[in-house]
Design a protein around this ligand. Structure first.
Ligand code: BES
Ligand code: MN
Ligand code: MN
Length: 474
């Protein structure tokens, strides 16, 4: 039974966290060993195992109604704790699926054998593993913060957990699940830890996410592969053509040339741009970290901070065709392919953007080739207010544990379900993530700082307290 206010005989939440630090970490490492790669059907059983692991941990922590909801894809994990009608309900969202670890040979340690190492940004050590930061490490903070509060008899609100297994592939089945379980998921706010802070001594709260339109293109030239000497020079090479087409989609100022692409892009006022650019950004350190001579991408008339937050992009994520085996083969290939993502900002929509892309791609294709555009997943952008109860509660929580007020910052990544939550559940989302942009999520050697993991566990209970206090006063 849940004991309200019985803190005398029990340790406090913070004491419980302090006493169980090593166990919390050991459990996370066990979870990280399960390769829950949602994109690749070969990992289907591992994804299921990762879901079951989480299910057990939620039960152990004290959640009720812990259930695995099968979907057409990977299962959704749900659990809750109801304390009182008079208290607000927080829905915690996260994802237990991870990106493919490829290219595996570029990892210093194997991606599913978590290793702890110190780095310049993480002098206390960081966990190196796929999913360490995105998002198993961050989702697990919520389970452990909850466990600590249960053990201390100090949970100041009702909680619901919704942790899915398909975020990295576009959350299509979660979309359906949310729409058909509005009552189960009813809440006052959604709390998500799946974003970054600016630095470990510069706390921030994410107040914007970009949307996404993701397409795959195929360019077909001659009906078969040809000898590049016998036919080369006369027959248009579909890889050359694809490269020309892609290159033409940015002009010399870095602007995307698809007609109508910017029509729905909201401009920011000079004051808003100034505020955004006040966030610390070290141009030289950025270049040095990535070993690049220039920050050369995107629109030249915007700062790098703006280009990665309030401006849309078009990027090739992969391109292939022809001979890519060892040595050289002279061939004029029949086909060429590319995967292209466009990051979107308010008020662009994935549907309209995908349509504009397709029309343009077909329009610029020369008669020497045929083209096909296949849409993948999409997601809407989101902007969150800073003058809300939700933001204030998160801001106070971070101020408590970091010792300074967080900076509101718009993030460049996408969490497609955020705009759906806001629409379907009529609530605000709080993006209280604890990663660093330099944690190499989606890349080889992804890692998550131990400082960040424990800071998250300590901050989450403060959010619940601050939020419940604000709502009580309201
Ligand atoms: N956690 C990220 C999103 C993120 C990372 C937002 C850092 C802000 C800062 C999430 O798991 C992710 O990678 N999302 C995908 C969405 C896509 C698969 C639809 C992305 O942004 O590429
Ligand atoms: Mn994530
Ligand atoms: Mn991700």
């Amino acid at each position: 039974m849940y004991l309200v206010g019985m803190s005398t005989a029990l340790s406090t939440t913070q004491e419980f966290i302090d006493q169980n630090r090593d166990r919390f970490l050991a459990e996370l490492l066990d979870w990280l060993k399960i390769p829950s790669v949602s994109a690749d059907p070969a990992f289907k059983e591992d994804v299921q195992r990762a879901a079951n692991f989480l299910l057990e941990k939620l039960k152990e922590a004290g959640a009720d109604n812990v259930t695995l909801h099968p979907t057409a894809g990977h299962p959704i994990v749900y659990g809750d704790k109801f304390i009182s009608e008079d208290l607000p309900t927080v829905l915690v969202y996260g994802h237990y699926d991870v990106q493919p670890p490829d290219p595996i040979e570029l990892w210093t340690n194997p991606p599913f054998e978590p290793t702890i190492k110190k780095t310049a940004k993480h002098p206390d050590g960081a966990i190196f593993a796929r999913g360490a930061c995105d998002d198993k490490g961050q989702a697990f903070m919520h389970v452990k913060a909850f466990e600590a509060m249960m053990q201390a008899g100090d949970l100041p609100c009702n909680l619901k957990f919704l942790i899915e297994g398909e975020e990295e592939v576009g959350s299509a089945n979660l979309d359906t699940f949310v729409k058909s379980n509005l009552e189960l998921l009813a809440c006052d706010v959604v709390l998500i830890s799946d974003t970054s802070i600016i630095a470990n001594d510069v706390p921030s709260l994410t107040v914007g996410l970009r949307g996404m339109s993701y397409v795959e293109v195929k360019v077909t030239g001659p009906n078969r592969d040809l000898h590049s000497g016998v036919y080369g020079g006369a027959v248009a090479n579909p890889i050359n053509v694809l490269c020309d087409m892609i290159a033409s989609m940015h002009d010399e100022t870095g602007r995307i040339t698809i007609p109508g692409f910017y029509d729905r892009v909201q401009g920011l006022s000079p004051a808003e741009r100034d505020a955004l650019n006040e966030a610390p950004f070290d141009h030289e350190a950025y270049k040095k970290d990535l070993e690049i001579g220039e920050i050369g991408g995107g629109e030249k008339s915007f700062t790098p901070l703006e280009r990665t937050s309030i401006r849309p992009t078009l990027d090739v994520n992969g391109i292939w065709g022809g001979y890519i085996g060892k040595g050289a083969k002279t061939v004029l290939p029949s086909e060429a392919f590319a995967k292209i993502s466009m990051r979107l900002v308010p008020d662009q929509t994935p549907e309209a953007t995908t349509r504009l892309f397709k029309e343009h791609f077909e329009a610029i294709a020369p008669p020497s080739v045929k083209v096909e555009v296949t849409p993948h997943h999409g997601g809407h952008p989101a902007v969150l207010p800073t003058d809300s109860d939700e933001y204030r509660a998160a801001s106070r929580a971070l101020a408590k544990t970091f010792g300074k007020e967080p900076i509101p910052a718009r993030g460049g990544g996408s969490i497609p379900i955020v705009s759906l939550f806001e629409k379907e559940l009529s609530v605000k989302c709080v993006l209280m993530g604890f990663g660093l942009n330099s944690d190499d999520i989606h890349s080889p050697d992804e890692h998550y700082g131990l400082f960040n993991f424990y800071k998250g566990i300590e901050t989450i209970p403060h959010f619940y307290r601050e939020y419940a206090a604000i709502k009580k006063g309201a």
